[in-house]
Design a protein around this ligand. Structure first.
Ligand SMILES: Cc1cc2nc3c(=O)[nH]c(=O)nc-3n(C[C@H](O)[C@H](O)[C@H](O)COP(=O)(O)OP(=O)(O)OC[C@H]3O[C@@H](n4cnc5c(N)ncnc54)[C@H](O)[C@@H]3O)c2cc1C
Length: 554
């Protein structure tokens, strides 16, 4: 057969050409393309760190995305024994996981706020970094946030803080499985949850026994202990004076493997790059942190920050899902028109954009309050209550949000080559751990009753936006009336906290000054012009503006 004949034969078997599929989005700049984030960073006092945060944008939308896929395709492996049968209790992670951790730590995801603690807004900038890092990879968030959040708890024991904090706040990630004090940088985990009780930590049965020389030995178990390759864990255990907090290193002070026996890794719905384990503490050596019998109060300072990071993580997941949906809809045609130009799809996309912007705005407002906690009692009270409100609501919105974004892509939104299935599996986790939804709502009630300043700062935050939108004014007045009713508060608390979250988001958006965004939010979320599903904005909502603002067309 001569060459032209061969060509014609090949043509006959050419089944189709690939058309009407979007170009690859990657790499893109996850910071530069996120106007709601950029505005909120400046608004909440993190503007001075913009160049640092901005530098993470191309990484988060570029090489970290590829690493995120690899780290989740190659789950961590539990190695209980070495080849000779010696117990080693190691968990082996894929190199991509380590590379992600290395990059995050080098850029300050867990440490920026503490390394720049002398500048107002450092926690705001760190929140933005964390939000960016969450988009390519979610499993890292667990050890990164625990390492960030352990700082106030460790400071309860100054001599431990002096030894550990320089390594905890290091920008060097050191993955070697050797004693913490021989490493350049450390990560720290947390162990509270036991089989018989997680939310109710007073049900813990782990006991600590004084072993001399300031050391204790812990005997018991933890049903969930994530990131078990951390260098140490803050753990709750009972001593005679009551539940107390301890720092349990992976190696004893003499350098031997500490008696933290990993039983198995959890087979999880998602969060695959991160290992979560069940452990037994068979006389594990530990140092006490904080006052005896004050363990819950001591570790709650850490938990307050990990709860903030659940809010940040969920806002980041929503943002990434939105980006994927917008990119797809801008390039995919159906029935002769781009999806982004179809009126009903525009409604879905604009509604998602609005929800995502409100989540991002609330997350950085909370971060500003966390940042100011030690300078300003009113902001401390705001951080106390708004963290629980925000964790409840934004984490609760995340799973339906990601599902809706998936649907914008149609079938490929359900396929693993895309990051949406992974985001979908991750989405429920932030609402479960660090205190599940009901626990957050009960925490809001506790704050309101035990710390009256929280009620005042919440009212003040809404009052500062008074006149911005009639629906917000009406909601603020209604909340005052509802909160004054003491009957059935527990049973009503999900409804109350939801309304508080929506009112707070509305107030922040009103004060941010973009009328199109604020009005659309107030009318749909507070004014009743919205259904239960996304994509139910009233037709007069400024959909084009919301879509363009969320992620500019290339
Ligand atoms: C992947 C993963 C990793 C984790 N990693 C860690 C870790 O590293 N360290 C750690 O300590 N824990 C970890 N956890 C545990 C997690 O924090 C707990 O699972 C969570 O706090 C809930 O506790 P529980 O599972 O015991 O549920 P329970 O406490 O039994 O709660 C079950 C449900 O009841 C609700 N509930 C409880 N009390 C009340 C009440 N009074 N009124 C109304 N409703 C109520 C809760 O909101 C929840 O919805 C992890 C969990 C997961 C899924």
């Amino acid at each position: 057969m001569n060459a032209p004949d061969q060509h014609r034969l090949a043509d006959r078997f050419l089944t189709h050409t690939v058309e009407n599929q979007p170009p690859l989005l990657l790499p893109y700049d996850a910071y530069a393309t996120d106007l709601p984030l950029r505005e909120a960073l400046a608004r909440e006092g993190g503007g001075w760190a913009e160049s640092h945060v901005a530098a993470y944008g191309p990484l988060a939308g570029g090489e970290l995305m590829q690493l995120g896929f690899l780290a989740n395709e190659n789950k961590p492996k539990f190695k209980p024994f070495d080849r000779y049968g010696n117990r080693i209790d190691e968990v082996e992670f894929h190199p991509s996981y380590h590379q992600l951790m290395r990059t995050a730590i080098a850029h300050g995801v867990p440490n920026f706020a503490w390394r720049h603690a002398d500048r107002a807004g450092a926690h705001v900038a760190r929140a933005a970094l964390n939000y960016l890092h969450t988009q390519p990879e979610q499993g890292n968030g667990c050890p990164l946030t625990m390492t960030y959040a352990c700082v106030p708890t460790l400071r309860h024991q100054p001599e431990l803080a002096q030894q550990w904090l320089p390594r905890v706040l290091s920008t060097d990630y050191d993955s070697r499985f050797i004693p913490a004090w021989d490493k350049r940088g450390n990560t720290v985990g947390m162990g509270m949850t036991e089989k018989q009780g997680g939310s109710d930590v007073r049900a813990n049965t782990t006991r600590a026994y004084a072993a001399g020389g300031g050391l204790y030995e812990l005997v018991g178990h933890k049903f969930f202990l994530s990131a078990p390759m951390c260098d140490a864990f803050l753990v709750l255990a009972y001593i005679d004076q009551g539940l107390s907090c301890f720092l349990v290193p992976r190696f004893t002070p003499e350098g031997a493997l500490n008696a933290i026996r990993i039983q198995r890794l959890k087979d999880k719905l998602g969060d695959w790059s991160n290992a979560s384990s069940e452990v037994e503490l068979a006389g594990a050596q530990a140092w006490k942190v904080g006052a005896e019998g004050r363990g819950v109060a001591t570790i709650l300072e850490m938990v307050a920050l990990t709860r903030q990071d659940c809010l940040i993580g969920s806002a980041g997941i929503m943002r990434q899902a939105l980006v994927q949906a917008l990119h797809h809809a801008r390039h995919r045609k159906a029935f002769g028109k781009l999806l982004v130009d179809q009126p009903l799809m525009r409604n879905v996309l604009a509604d998602l954009a609005l929800e995502s912007e409100a989540a991002t705005a609330l997350m950085l407002r909370v971060a500003r309050a966390v940042d100011a906690t030690h300078r300003d009692p009113a902001e401390a009270a705001f951080a106390r209550i708004a963290t629980a409100i925000g964790k409840y609501w934004v984490c609760k919105r995340c799973a339906p949000f990601v599902n809706e974004a998936q649907e914008c892509l149609g079938g490929i939104g359900y396929v693993e080559e895309n990051n949406l299935p992974r985001l979908y599996r991750q989405a429920p986790l932030n609402s479960i751990w660090e205190g599940s939804g009901n626990i957050q709502c009960l925490d809001v009630l506790r704050a309101l009753s035990r710390e009256p300043a929280t009620r005042d700062v919440l009212a003040a935050e809404l009052a500062a936006a008074r006149g911005g939108h009639a629906a917000l004014d009406a909601e603020a007045a209604r909340l005052q009336r509802e909160l004054a009713l003491s009957e059935d508060l527990e049973s009503r608390s999900r409804w109350l906290v939801e309304r508080m979250a929506l009112a707070l988001q509305a107030a922040i958006l009103v004060r941010a000054g973009n009328h199109a965004v604020a009005d659309a939010f107030c009318e749909s979320r507070l004014g009743g012009a919205h259904g239960l599903a996304f994509g139910t904005l009233p037709p007069q909502a400024p959909m084009a503006a919301l879509i363009e603002r969320a992620f500019p067309a290339a």
